[in-house]
Structure formats: C-alpha cells, structure tokens
Design a protein around this ligand. Structure first.
Ligand code: BGC
Length: 909
C-alpha cells in the first residue's frame, strides 16, 4: 500500500494559510483488493530534517488507531506566523502492517496577528479623487493603473524570502524585472469593508544579494467600481491601494522586512491608461516604463506614495486556488465583414482575453472588441453586453514585433473584432487566453449519446467561465455578480467536475460578510449590488452549499462557521410567516420557458408557480436541513425546535396548496410537483399519484419538454429518476426541440444560455453563458446515468453507492471522480446481450453496487463466478427487481451479466 497526494486544506503544499488547525488528507493506493487503513501516524516538523519521530518538533500524532485518512485536523504545537511546516504520514494496513513513510509535503502559515503586519496601506491619497458618491459614474470608467516601486538592498545571502501582498482591486507584483507567480486577477473578490485577501509567495529564488527592486501594478477590479449607477447602485470602496510585506531571512540569521510605506514611489503615468472588468483595458506602449521593477530605475519623476486608509475589512489569507490562465486556444476562422474590420471566431464561447501579436509604426492604435454572437452582416452583436464596452486597446510602441495581453479585465466571448491593425492579420494574430479559478479538475463523464456529451462539455465551459473567485451569473455583460440562486444545486455538480471545496468555502464567507444585523441575506454576494429582497429561494444557497461540502468532502467547517448565521436568517424569515406560509418571494421560478421561442418571457400565468409555494417549500426544506446540521453539531434542542417548525410548515403548505382529489399542488406546474416530491412534503400515500401527474404534465402537456425555471429545474432530473422514471429524465436531457438544452446546441450554443429561447429581442437579458438553467442535470450525469453517488451518512465517499440508471438506447456511460479518498470509476456498456460494468472503489472506502442482472448467479466478475470473486459480498437487496445488490471492498472490478429483460425492452422502446 502506498500513501500519496498529501493535501493540507485541500491543496498540495499551500503557502500562507491562516487556519490554525489545518486539515490533512492523503490518498492510499494498493494493487490488492480489500485494503484499508487501520491506523496512521503523522509527523509535522519545522524542517524536513526534523521529520523523524525522535526530532519532530511540532507534532507526532503517535500511532492512532483509526480509518480516518481525510480531514485529520492538526493537533500539535501552536503554529506561529510565517512558519513553514513539513509533514509526512504512514499508515497501517488492514492486517496491521505499516507502510513506508510518505514523501514529505509542506504548508506555510500566513500572518496570523495584526501585529505581524509592519507594512502600511499606500496609494494616491487625494480624497476628492476618491470613490465618493459625488464622483460621476463615467469618471469611474477610465482610471489608469497605479504603478508602485521601491529599491532596496539585501546585505547578505538570502536563505528564505516570503512576500505577503494585498493589492486592491487587483495587483501584479514584480521583483527584479520579473512577475512574481502566475496568478491573474488576484486577489479574490470580497466585500472589502469586511474582508480582504492577502496572498503569500515564496520569492527566495527571485531575490538577490545586493540591489533589488520591488514593483506592483494596481488595477481597479471591483474595489474601485467601474460605474456607480449602472444598472443597480454599485458599491465602490475607494481608489486602489497596496499592502505588501516581504520577510527576508539571511544565511547569518538576520531578518529584514521590506514593507509598503511612504518611501515608495508611485505613478499613474504608466502604460495602462484605463482598466476595468467590463470595459476592457487600454495599454499605450509608447508610455512603457522600461525597467521599472529593476534596481536603479530612475523614478525621479514619480510621486511619493501616500499612506491611505485600510479598506476596513479583516485581512485573511487567500487559501482558495487563484485565478490563472489555464489554456490558450487558437481562433478557427477570420472574416472581414467591413474594410479594416476583422472578425475572429474562437470556435467556442470562452472567458478570458486575447493575446495580440502585432508589428507596425509607433502610436498605431489597435482595438479588440469582444462579443458572444454576430449579427447577420457578420459584425459583432453587442446589445446583450448592455453598458459593457468589452474592448481592449493597444497602442504600439513601434519596435519590431510586439506581443501584448491585458491584465486587469476579462471578457466572455466567442467573436473578436480587430480594428486598426497595421497590415493584414493572420489567424495567429490573436490567441484566446482562458482564465478562471484554477480549481483542480476532478471528474470525467462520457456516454454513448453524443448530444449529452456536448451538453456536459458546454456545462464545463460555463463552469470555467463563471469561476471567478466567486461563482458569477455570467461573464460578459455589466453584471458578473455572485447571484445566490443560480448556483445552489449546480455547486454539487461542480464538486464532481472540479475540486471546489475551497472555492465554495470562500464564497460562503462572502455571503456571511453580506448578512445584515437583522439576519437578512442578500441575493448577491459579495454585495457589490445592494439586493436585499427578503427572498427565500436565492439565499437558500447559504444553507444548501454547506450540505454539499459536508457530503462531498466530509467537511463540517462550513456548517460550524455558518450555523449561527443560518439560524439568524431562518429566524428573520420566520417573520414573514402568515398562517404557516412564507409570504415573500422575489423572482418566482425565474426564466420558465415561454410558450414559444418567439416570446421573450412567458405570458401565460398557468406556466408560473406561485411565489408563496416556492418560498414555503424552500423554507420547509431549509428548516429540515439546518435541523440536520444541528444534530451534526450536537445541538438536540435546536434540532427539535427546527424540526417542529418544519412539521408545522409542511402541514400549512399542504393545507394551502394540495388538492387531495387531483393530487396536484396549486395550479399544477411541473415545479409545483417537483418541490414537494424532492423535499418530502407530499402527504404519505399520495407520492406516486403526484409523481404520475408530474410525468403526465411533462409527457402529455409539454410533449416531453421541460417547463420549469431556475428553481424547479434544480431538483427535476433527480425526482424523475428517484421515483422510477429515469427514461423521462433522459427524454428531457436528449430533447432537441424547444425548450431544451439540446435546442441550445442545435442553435450553435457552446455554453448554456440564460434563456431557454436565447431570444435576442430582449437585449437586457440574453447571456449565452449562464449556468442557472442547468438545474440538476450535471448532478444527474454523475449520480444517475453513470451512477456514482455519494452516501450522505458516510460523507467524503468513505462509503458510496454505484448505481447506473439505464435508459433506452444508451449503450454506455463512463464517469470517474477524484474523491478525497482517491479515484472512483463507474463505467458500463452494453455489448450485444451482455452488460459490462467496470468499477473502482478506492482503498479505505467501501461501496454498495447495484448491478442490473436477473440474478446473482448470472453475474460474473473478471470471468469468475461472483461467489468466488474476492472483495464482493451480497447486500441486503439481493436479486430484487432485476438488480443484484453487492457490497464491495476497495479494488477494481469487472462485472458482466446478461442484459435483463426490462433493459432489453428499453433498448427497443
Ligand atoms: C442574473 C441572474 C439572477 C437574476 C435574479 C439576473 O440579472 O443574471 O442570474 O439570478 O438576475 O433576478
């Protein structure tokens, strides 16, 4: 057995964390089936050399009899600021034999106390210039980047140099002429009045003995809001500012701090003349400050940096993965719809920016404008960007071939218009730089239906395009906010596709920071737009996402840190109860498909679900969820109280909305049946009848089409499958006529649209890159079609279920997921009359597998009779309904069985 992939707080060798009891995880591998950990020992020391039981100075856990191999909280000596901690682990296998020690891994601590910061906030300090409400919205659009620098000497050989930096809105740090690190658009977005993130870098290799220079460029980001009034009042925090501290340890033991203070120089006359997320960046290479971050640069015409106010929020370490350029893509074609106007097609909707290569006379102005689609005449369609300019401009320096890409902006686009280009551009003139939070990919999915694979791919590109240190609603127009409602369930799917544990943990903090004293939560977090509507459905993400974090990663920290906030919020919502019904709802079942694609929004009230039904159903669901959290946190009285209120809410809900005769809720929309079924509200004995009505609504009334909006869609595919009709779910998933995901693809979508019809008649609302209408389709691909499903009772995939949901005409589905315990695989195919199923159960986990087969005797494993197969035992539901239930020990298995009768039928039906 081998011990690999050591992770601290989900990350490999993270720098500058401020969690004082970091959680450690490792992955075990073995060629043998049935392997598991019976005990572990962890060593943590202040150097690699001390990673020895006799020398270990921070923590020797000793031999701990335990199967736990993920989320093991550090319990050694107190960790001080800046400390680098080395660690390794060994485990004992199921027979009590110890493995070799793992390779060492490390993490380092950030600055834990306010007093550790010797640096001061600096910037330009003209208060009349600041983001005072008096400033006109348009003045905010054109603020140049600030460049700050200082020279310093290091009198000795550098042993270790660590930089801690917070530059708001964005920073790019340079040391001795080179950019430090590979982060872009850093640090992550926060509500700066409550929290600002600093980032830690190891800069030892870039530091020199003798003369050094440090330089930082500051962009506006969302700190200095690009406009104040468009379209909702936007929060702005002030002019960009910097806090930076470098700790340099010399070989002789001396320690030197280089800090931001008033000895720094600053200029606003650098080449970045304007920058903001929405409008783009303007770069004038004739104003380049050559050598500005090298020692000895003449900065005599720069002004002195001034001390400025701190942004107000707490300084917190950025533990989540930074945004990076993750991929570079080439355009697939170029046209010239008008003289001098060249339009490149990137082949897909993407998010990031373009790298430009150009040669021409000094002062030539080249612009790149971005859009998601084209007008009939081949020029850009930009109405759906609203007030966004989405234009990057480069003024040539004129010295040979120049390559440039912006730093402090990003765009959502498929098409790029190039104007002002000297000469004839080629396809290689631009390259698309794909930019998003660099969460590690964690999953794969494929099946025999190519359309579904395309939809999954479109979802993945949508996820990437909206992973912006917060989950944004869209990446292209003048919005790009963390709308809470769009992502509550999609977050669960994202956990299969990417390791987003830190990403969502961070966003929950952003939501917490936006909670007001009454307990109210906003619809948007960070609250750059002030949208407090006393809504239930959107802010439900604050309770729903901690559940996914717990189930998926066995992470209880989100539940612990947000439990009080959740209770406060539920309490606040309780104030809107009238006769047990929640009377507040803001957006309804947002974006239900209109009856025809030509309509912008639905005009038919019978297609809409009452806000009170949505709000009350959600309130019930949340009460039960938080009651469950109360149990996890060992608060039985809370659990009892919340449970009681949930019971009363359910009774009131059914009394108000349920028609016992018709087995319908209210006006009988799909959503009005889906929510009570998904949340367990339907009175006992009526579930099947309510479900049958839902199926009838889908198949008969809507001719096998979806008719839910954002809210109902988050539970629909799972309800259909859980109640026994995965075939109906599949018909929705594989539908190509309006409204459907396939319809979007038929109309050339490479991401998911905001509106089912993509109707451009409403320019204010037709983003081509929104995730909200994905609903629970992404979850369904993994947990149902391929059949990898977590077990909420034994979270973190310590135990899980394998249960493919076979649907007509589907001949294979493969999925894999890198859980914290290791890689899980479920890969099935129908070959002739044989059903083959390859699965992998990671070491130290177990799985319950439901094999479609007429009987256990009919199943083989790697060619052996099932009864002779090692690691397989029969589960409780043996041979029930053409499904054989198997309990699997860790290992790789290859099952086969004759295709069962209903399956064979399905394949023709
Ligand atoms: C956003 C949505 C959001 C909605 C709520 C839209 O403008 O793009 O994603 O959920 O507003 O009203």
């Amino acid at each position: 057995m081998l011990t690999k992939n050591l992770r601290c707080e989900y990350r490999a060798n993270p720098l500058g964390i401020d969690v004082t009891r970091p959680r450690l995880s490792w992955v075990l591998t073995s060629d043998r089936r049935g392997q598991k950990q019976s005990a572990y020992q962890l060593l943590v020391a202040s150097s690699v050399e001390k990673l020895d039981p006799d020398a270990c100075d921070l923590w020797d856990s000793g031999k701990v009899e335990s199967e736990q191999s993920i989320q093991v909280a550090y319990a050694g000596a107190k960790l001080r600021s800046g400390l680098r901690c080395w660690w390794k682990v060994r485990v004992w296998d199921k027979d009590g034999s110890p493995t070799a020690w793992s390779e060492p891994a490390s993490w380092s601590m950030g600055l834990l106390e306010d007093s550790d910061w010797h640096a001061k906030w600096i910037g330009t300090a003209d208060p009349t210039d600041d983001a005072a409400p008096a400033a006109k919205p348009d003045e905010h659009r054109r603020l140049p980047a600030r460049m700050l620098r200082r020279d310093f000497d290091v009198a000795g050989r550098v042993k270790q140099a660590t930089a801690f930096v917070c530059g708001l809105g964005y920073y790019e740090m340079h040391l001795n002429g080179r950019k430090v690190g590979d982060h872009v658009l850093d640090p992550g977005l926060t509500h700066y009045a409550k929290r600002a993130l600093y980032v830690t870098y190891d800069v030892t290799d870039q530091m020199r003995q003798g003369a050094n220079a440090i330089g930082v460029i500051l962009g506006n980001g969302r700190f200095f809001a690009p406009r104040l009034e468009v379209p909702i009042k936007t929060r702005s925090y002030g002019l960009p500012r910097l806090l930076l501290q470098i700790r340099i340890e010399l070989d002789d033991g001396m320690v030197l701090d280089v800090v931001s203070d008033d000895t720094w120089k600053l200029t606003t006359d650098g080449p970045i003349r304007a920058n903001n997320d929405y409008d783009g960046e303007e770069y004038d290479a004739t104003m380049d400050q050559h050598g500005w971050s090298e020692p000895g640069f003449d900065d005599s015409d720069w002004e002195g940096a001034r001390f400025v106010d701190a942004p107000g929020g707490e300084l917190i370490a950025q533990v989540a993965e930074p945004i990076r350029v993750t991929e570079t893509i080439k355009p697939v074609s170029m046209t010239t719809p008008q003289p001098g106007v060249h339009v490149f097609d990137m082949g897909r909707n993407m998010v990031g920016w373009c790298r430009l290569t150009v040669k021409g006379p000094r002062g030539t102005r080249v612009s790149l404008r971005h859009a998601e689609s084209l007008k009939k005449d081949g020029t850009l369609y930009v109405d759906n960007l609203r007030s966004c300019e989405a234009t990057d401009t480069y003024v040539l320096g004129g010295k040979g071939e120049e390559t440039w890409e912006p730093r402090f902006t990003y765009h959502g686009f498929r098409y790029v218009e190039l104007c002002g280009f000297p000469g004839e551009p080629a396809l290689s003139t631009i390259a698309g730089r794909v930019v998003h939070t660099s969460a590690e990919p964690a999953g794969s999915f494929q099946c025999s239906d190519k359309l579904l694979n395309r939809i999954h791919e479109n979802i993945i590109w949508g996820v990437k395009g909206n992973l912006r240190s917060i989950p944004t609603d869209c990446p292209q127009r003048d919005e790009r906010h963390g709308w809470l409602g769009d992502i509550a369930v999609q977050a669960k799917a994202e956990m299969y596709d990417f390791n987003v544990a830190q990403f969502f943990s961070k966003w929950l903090n952003d939501i917490q920071d936006a909670q007001d004293e009454k307990g109210e939560l906003p619809d948007v977090a960070p609250p750059y737009w002030d949208v407090y509507t006393s809504n239930v459905t959107w802010p439900s993400a604050y309770c729903i996402i901690p559940r996914w974090l717990h189930e998926h990663y066995a992470d209880t920290r989100a539940i612990e840190s947000h439990y009080d906030g959740m209770c406060m919020w539920l309490n606040f919502l309780g104030g809107f109860l009238q006769d047990g019904i929640i009377t507040k709802d803001q957006y309804g079942d947002w974006c239900v498909p209109p009856e025809s694609p030509d309509l912008i929004h639905s005009e038919d009230p019978s297609r809409k679900t009452a806000g009170e039904l949505l709000g009350t159903a959600y309130f019930y669901h949340l009460l039960r969820l938080v009651a469950r959290f109360a149990k996890i946190l060992d608060k039985p009285a809370d659990a009892e109280r919340l449970g009681r209120l949930a019971g009363e809410t359910r009774r009131a809900f059914n009394a108000r909305f349920f028609d016992e005769e018709k087995n319908l809720y209210d006006n009988g929309t799909q959503t009005s049946s889906v929510l009570p079924l998904a949340f367990g509200i339907v009175p006992e004995g009526h579930e099947q009848a309510v479900f049958d009505n839902l199926v009838r609504n889908i198949l008969v009334k809507h001719d096998a089409h979806i008719a839910t909006g954002l809210v109902g869609g988050q539970w629909l595919m799972r309800v259909l499958s859980d109640f026994g009709r995965p075939d109906v779910a599949y018909r929705l998933a594989s539908q190509t006529t309006y409204p459907s995901w396939g319809y979007m693809i038929e109309n050339d979508a490479t991401t998911i649209w905001e509106l089912w019809n993509g109707n451009t008649a409403d320019p204010a609302m037709n983003s081509h890159n929104h995730l909200m209408l994905v609903g629970d389709l992404g979850v369904w691909f993994y947990e149902y079609l391929a059949g990898i499903r977590l077990d909420a009772e034994r979270p973190g995939f310590k135990h899980f279920f394998l249960r493919p949901h076979l649907v007509p005409n589907m001949t294979f589905a493969n999925a894999s997921h890198k859980s914290l315990h290791g890689r899980i695989v479920s890969s099935w195919r129908i070959d002739g009359d044989v059903f083959h199923w390859d699965v992998v159960v990671p070491v130290n986990t177990t799985a319950t597998a439901y094999m479609p087969a007429p009987s256990s005797e009919a199943v083989s494993e790697s060619g052996l009779d099932l009864h002779d197969a090692e690691g397989v035992a029969f589960g409780g539901e043996r041979d029930h309904n053409n499904v054989v239930c198997l309990e699997l020990e860790p290992g790789a298995y290859a099952f086969a069985a004759p295709v069962t009768a209903p399956l064979a039928l399905d394949r023709t039906g």
